[in-house]
Design a protein around this ligand. Structure first.
Ligand code: G4P
Length: 292
């Protein structure tokens, strides 16, 4: 049997932090390029609209730039909260906000329309025929490359499900007279609230290799069985809340998936990665982790 003495009986929220050196360089790159653009497009994850924001992006946006907040992965988030989040962001920050499925052509077309509208309201330069420039910023894995690829309708930026793939800034020229600057994803240097680190780990914004995946998956399964028991039961046919301890829930999931080691022990690491993948891919359903 799995050693469950202590760990997994009660989960204490440990702080997950990840700020590799290249992110400091990325922040410098963003600051250097800010004067070259008219508009900042901040991508956030519709499933975690608070945790996926890096306060740095707000700090570098001076008053003379237009700003749009795009909630990506709208297709993975709970429809009930999308509009409420948009209203919340628009009312509190006086910016345009919208949700998008970066892989969906129609949804992406809407982004272009909004960007153009915001730019024409913000600046008369557009009326003078000058090319407009926008900078796309966001945390790793939030969908920047996917959105840009969809906007450009051809693969100019590499898309990969590994946080932090885009390391340098690159310009993408769109036919519509708009130039986009793709930038590397950066996270805050420190998360004050441990929940933020967990949310970023659940959604794949932080590399699996830098945190304890079993610990994160135990937190996730606790959250899901407490808040989304119906969806979990319909997907797995098991009510995990019947298992009192987090480790027992993860063991039950691993057993269900036949993830066994020698002598019938459960491969908790595989089970943890599999559960995280279930959530990230949306196979568990559209689940928003932060409610406005
Ligand atoms: P980044 O540049 O911000 O680092 O993120 P990137 O575009 O590389 O996207 C990271 C992953 O998120 C990719 O998964 C991508 O397909 C997925 N993704 C991005 N936006 C959306 C969205 O709006 N909806 C959904 N459902 N997924 C989105 P991947 O598994 O690497 O890509 P793929 O196998 O799907 O091509």
């Amino acid at each position: 049997m799995v050693d469950n003495s202590g760990r997994g009986n009660q989960l204490q929220k440990a702080n997950i932090n990840w700020f590799p050196g290249h992110m400091r360089l990325s922040q410098r790159l963003l600051k250097e390029n800010i004067s070259r653009v008219d508009l900042i497009v901040e991508l956030i994850d519709a499933r975690i609209p608070c945790s996926s924001r890096n306060p740095f992006f707000k700090d570098i946006t001076s008053g003379n730039k237009a700003r749009v907040v795009v909630m990506s992965k709208g297709d993975l988030a709970d429809c009930r909260f999308g509009e409420a989040w948009i209203r919340h962001i628009e009312n509190t920050e006086r910016v345009r906000a919208l949700a998008v499925d970066c892989k969906n052509a129609k949804s992406v077309k809407n982004v272009i329309d909004v960007l153009k509208e915001v730019l024409s309201n913000f600046s008369k330069k557009r009326a003078l025929g000058r090319l407009m420039r926008a900078m796309i910023v966001g945390i790793p894995n939030v969908g920047k490359s996917t959105l840009i690829n969809s906007l450009a309708k051809k693969s100019k930026a590499r898309v990969e499900n590994r946080p932090g793939v885009t390391r340098t800034a690159q310009w993408i020229h769109l036919d519509s007279g708009l130039d986009l600057l793709d930038t590397p994803g950066t996270l805050p240097s420190k998360f004050e609230n441990p929940e933020v680190g967990l949310n970023l780990a659940y959604t794949g914004a932080i590399k699996d290799t830098i945190y304890d995946v079993e610990y994160v998956a135990m937190n996730l399964i606790e959250f899901l069985s407490a808040n989304h028991s119906k969806q979990v039961k319909s997907r797995f046919g098991v009510d995990f809340s019947e298992f009192p301890r987090p480790i027992e829930k993860l063991e039950a999931f691993g057993r269900l998936r036949g993830m066994l080691l020698k002598k019938g022990e459960i491969d908790l690491n595989r089970a943890a990665l599999s559960l995280l993948e279930e959530y990230r891919s949306g196979r568990l359903g559209r689940i928003t982790l932060e409610i406005p």
